[in-house]
Design a protein around this ligand. Structure first.
Ligand SMILES: C[S@@+](CC[C@H](N)C(=O)[O-])C[C@H]1O[C@@H](n2cnc3c(N)ncnc32)[C@H](O)[C@@H]1O
Length: 300
């Protein structure tokens, strides 16, 4: 079975490092054969890919229409010709999301031109968003940083989210984008950073701010919490130690952390996070040179 994995511009080396059975690379699209692989770095996965030859633009469009309803183009070469084919396919409606709003229901196919007369296509991709690109109707007024989009994506697209009334801790919270999202969800937020929160966030109800070094806070100082959030800028192995300490305390049920890389990607520590039971590690669309890990307590 042929499967194609699309990396975002900067993370092709990371994607290539994790994939096996690579047949060929086309721009940022990596074609593999063999069984489907889980991937941290793929922004979009094209399942059961087909390759076909065609003579004319209309014939290429017909071949695609015969195999699916909605198609997204990934263009790495022959851009003009690819665009002409795409113009002969049904137009995609805008899929910009509202925070916690409904997800689109119609799946998307994806295709590219491998050569002038050769199509690679999949009528079934793993994302409801064109080439895995997720855009929100953003709030450009209230949140003090754009980091909030990472939580919006996780909560809306992956459905991993706390409930109103739950008690959460937000490490590395300044200037307050995540604390704002969690407070808006109805959570009680223990917000911790060495720097201050933006004043409009600090003034909100249900937020207890602690100005301190996250690594000196002991779980017993905070007590029972439902969710541990961390967007701290630190080395991955330090974050792993912090998570392990909190897991060991038994005082926290769920974890959501950004693992940030400085310079080279630390694959070794990333693997250790993947080995934690119940964990999932994913490069979200809104992640930069970092990935998001979430660990759910299995009984939930
Ligand atoms: C990327 S910012 C967090 C952005 C935040 N999540 C938001 O939505 O606005 C990283 C934060 O980690 C904090 N930080 C780094 N090391 C820390 C430490 N040892 N203890 C507490 N905070 C730390 C920095 O002060 C910085 O505010």
């Amino acid at each position: 079975m042929l499967t194609a994995y699309l990396a975002t511009e900067k993370f092709l080396p990371e994607l290539l490092a994790e994939l096996k059975n690579v047949k060929s690379v086309h721009g940022n699209l990596v074609l593999t054969d063999g069984p489907l692989q889980s991937s941290v770095w793929a922004q979009n996965i094209w399942l059961d890919c087909q390759i076909s030859q065609f003579e004319s633009i209309s014939q290429a469009a017909k071949q695609l229409k015969d195999h699916g309803k909605l198609w997204c183009l990934y263009s790495f070469d022959h851009h003009r010709r690819a665009q002409l084919i795409q113009e002969n396919l049904p137009r995609l409606k805008d899929r910009t999301l509202d925070f916690l709003g409904p997800l689109p229901s119609v799946p998307l196919g994806a295709w590219t031109l491998l050569e002038k007369n050769s199509l690679l296509y999949s009528s079934q991709t793993n994302s409801l968003f064109p080439l895995g690109e997720i855009h929100f109707n953003e709030d450009k007024v209230t949140p003090p940083s754009r980091a909030y989009l990472k939580l919006w994506e996780l909560f809306t697209v992956y459905g991993v989210k706390p409930r109103a009334g739950e008690r959460v801790v937000d490490f590395g919270s300044c200037p307050g984008g995540w604390t704002w999202v969690l407070q808006q969800m109805g959570c009680h937020v223990v917000s911790i950073d060495r720097a201050d929160l933006a004043p409009q966030i600090a003034a909100l109800p249900r937020i207890d701010f602690m100005k301190t070094n996250a690594f000196t806070v002991k779980p017993q100082d905070i007590g029972d919490i439902d969710w541990f959030f961390s967007d701290i800028i630190c080395y991955p192995d330090k974050l792993l130690e912090l998570v392990e300490m909190w897991q060991g305390s038994g005082l926290c049920k769920n974890f959501v952390c950004t693992i940030k890389f400085q310079g080279k990607t630390d694959f070794e520590t990333l693997k250790k996070f993947q080995e934690i039971p119940g964990s999932r590690v994913q490069h979200l669309y809104h992640n930069k040179h970092e990935v998001t890990v979430w660990i759910r307590k299995s009984s939930l």
